[in-house]
Design a protein around this ligand. Structure first.
Ligand SMILES: Nc1nc2c(ncn2[C@@H]2O[C@H](COP(=O)(O)OP(=O)(O)OP(=O)(O)O)[C@@H](O)[C@H]2O)c(=O)[nH]1
Ligand SMILES: [Mg+2]
Length: 460
């Protein structure tokens, strides 16, 4: 079996973990590991075994770390090449030192995603599975994780492969029909076959795209903008929901100047929370830009949390924001409940505020936040999104290929209805087949591959 040059990288997240893993893959993985390992002779041990020993500096013989080392010979490995995994003591220094030693022994530092790229090139995983690995690493919540795992097991690939199979069969049938021109309705028959399959495949792609809309939400988080005039408690809310001092909070109006984004998981709903600069009229240039960004965030949001200060009268900006968000998915917080109330639910009634949009809160004593979380949970789990729906996670590349395939299939359907010659129709049909193949990587160019895999973390 062909094996490429030997690469190495740290495969676990950098930081204080219990263990860190340095991974090697390639032709001389075992040989290089043997140079830095004091314990058994690794060239003699059976595949898929783990060994206790020490990593030493191959030049000085000095001991670097106490380790457990696994040997997995290709092709029964993730990359299908020989793989060594060295489990070191966690902590940045130990893992880095072990990596340095294997580099000293002759391995090359891996590019981001290079392990997965090799797994792909050696036919171990297909492209959508490789991308799922990346999503798995980046999964923000357990639900996104679940969907990534599904995809890793090939739910998208399986679906695409079966669609392509169906298309190939039709193409074959058409060829056969054309080869036996004794039938006088050859053209019509072929045309009908192409039309039927194109329609059916198109329908299936439509379903994938539809289901994936939910998937996108789970991967990227629901765009949630916290909006309001200055000093009402927006940044306080961000800090409470994230459990961190993410944003500066002061009693000075206009404290937040720029949007701040943070992912949070609210009862299983992944939110991309965006804290924004308080909206008001201002002559100050920096603040003006901040306010423009707040408005942009508001327009793009899937969910708006509009914060009001219930200890003060409604101001022009509040009214403007109530109007502007009227048709959006919004939750309105009447904050600073701990202070003497001025605003009431009745005050807000004329502005088209619905009862279930309104929650009274205090960031000071953290009250009302349960209700807020409950609202968020209800809206997104009210049957509309269930974890069973998210079978597919599509990235922009997948979506665009699926759209293009639909376009080609549309051409096919249209052409068959206009009695255009079958060999011309076949061109569009084959094009759709190719486009689908690009999703699983059966027809991709090198350049694209490099780009894709370079988005991976180091060591994957
Ligand atoms: N009493 C009381 N004070 C609050 C409450 N929420 C926030 N504050 C205070 O109000 C002030 C402003 O809070 P921030 O969270 O910075 O307000 P903001 O909306 O982000 O303000 P800008 O960034 O200026 O737009 C701070 O002094 C907070 O401590 C609350 O519920 N009750
Ligand atoms: Mg703020």
């Amino acid at each position: 079996m062909y094996q490429a040059d030997t690469i190495a990288a740290i495969s676990t997240a950098l930081g204080e973990g219990a263990i860190g893993i340095v991974r090697l893959s390639g032709e001389e993985a075992i040989e290089f590991a043997n140079l830095v390992f004091k314990g058994k002779d690794l060239t003699k041990v059976p595949s898929h075994t783990i060994h206790y020993g020490h990593v030493i500096n191959p030049r000085t013989g000095q001991t670097v770390d106490e380790v457990m080392l696994s040997v997995m010979r290709g092709p029964r490995s993730f990359t299908r090449e020989d793989i060594i995994e060295i489990n070191c003591h966690g902590g940045i220094v130990a893992v880095q030192r072990v990596l340095e030693m294997v580099l000293l022994a002759g391995a090359r530092l891996a590019e981001p995603g290079e392990f997965s790229k090799r797994a792909f090139l050696n036919g171990r995983i297909d492209l959508s599975q490789a991308e799922a690995t990346m999503d798995l690493i980046q999964a923000k919540t357990a639900k996104a994780m679940e969907a990534s795992v599904n995809q890793l097991q090939g739910s998208l690939s399986r679906k695409i492969t079966s669609l392509r199979h169906e298309m190939l069969q039709t193409l074959a049938q058409v060829e056969v029909t054309i080869d036996y021109p004794e039938y006088d309705d050859v053209e019509e028959l072929s045309s009908r076959q192409l039309n039927e399959t194109a329609r059916s495949v198109k329908g299936e792609i439509g379903k994938i795209l539809h289901q994936a809309q939910h998937g996108k939400v789970f991967r990227e988080g629901i765009n949630t903008a916290i909006i309001g005039r200055p000093n009402v408690g927006k940044s306080s809310l961000l800090n409470i929901l994230t459990g961190m001092e993410k944003a500066i909070v002061t009693e000075i109006a206009g404290t937040t100047r720029d949007t701040i984004e943070e992912y949070v998981n609210v009862r299983g709903v992944p939110l991309k929370l965006i804290d924004t600069a308080g909206i008001r009229q201002t002559d100050e240039v920096v603040e003006q830009i901040g306010v423009e960004k707040s408005r942009a965030a508001m327009e793009k949001a899937d969910l708006i949390i509009l914060v009001l200060n219930q200890s003060e009268d409604l101001q022009t900006v509040d009214i403007e924001l109530l109007e502007a968000t009227k048709n959006q998915n919004r939750i309105i917080l009447m904050n600073k409940q701990d202070l003497a109330p001025v605003l009431t639910r009745e005050t807000l009634a004329p502005y088209g505020v619905k009862e279930d949009e309104l929650i009274t809160t205090s960031m000071l004593n953290e009250s009302g936040l349960d209700l807020l979380e409950q609202q968020i949970e209800q809206r997104f789990f009210s049957g509309a999104i269930q974890s069973g729906d998210i079978n597919y996670l599509l990235n922009t590349r997948h979506t665009s290929l699926l759209q293009q395939a639909i376009d080609s299939l549309d051409e096919v359907v249209e052409a068959t209805e206009l009695s255009i010659p079958v060999d011309l129709i076949q061109i569009d049909f084959t094009k759709a087949w190719d486009l689908l193949g690009e999703i699983t990587g059966e027809s991709v160019q090198d350049e694209l591959l490099d780009k894709l895999f370079s988005q991976f973390c180091l060591g994957k």
